[in-house]
Design a binder for this molecule. Sequence first.
Ligand code: FES
Length: 134
Amino acid sequence: MSIRYDRPWHTRPFAPSQGDTVCDADAIVEGEAREFVYGEGKTAFELIVVGTADGPRAYLNQCPHFKIKMNVRSDEILNTHGLIQCAWHYACFRPEDGHCVSGPVEGDVLHSVPIAICNGSIMIGEPEVSGLST
Ligand code: FES
């Protein structure tokens, strides 16, 4: 199966569906991040959820530079400045909006995945129909 790196998140193999539970809402606080993997192999759907002052945000775990997973270890997603940092060439992204603030893809943005907190859980939100980053 070929992988199209530019396809919307919700059309990718193993993408979670709207309403799927990701984790407990209190499992991710400001300044922390976790990865979640759906499926297996090269087409596994990899999600990063990061806590911010305004609540959690979620992004595809795919660096815009080489379109690959950004972290090597599950506990190494944020750098010491609290930015999402790609382990390969050190692109840094703001947790609040996924905007790249330094590195080889400065100005680019991570693909966001909509989430919502419902009954104490972080859940997958509704995909936008028209965009890559929702
Ligand atoms: S692959 Fe992420 S910065 Fe190069």
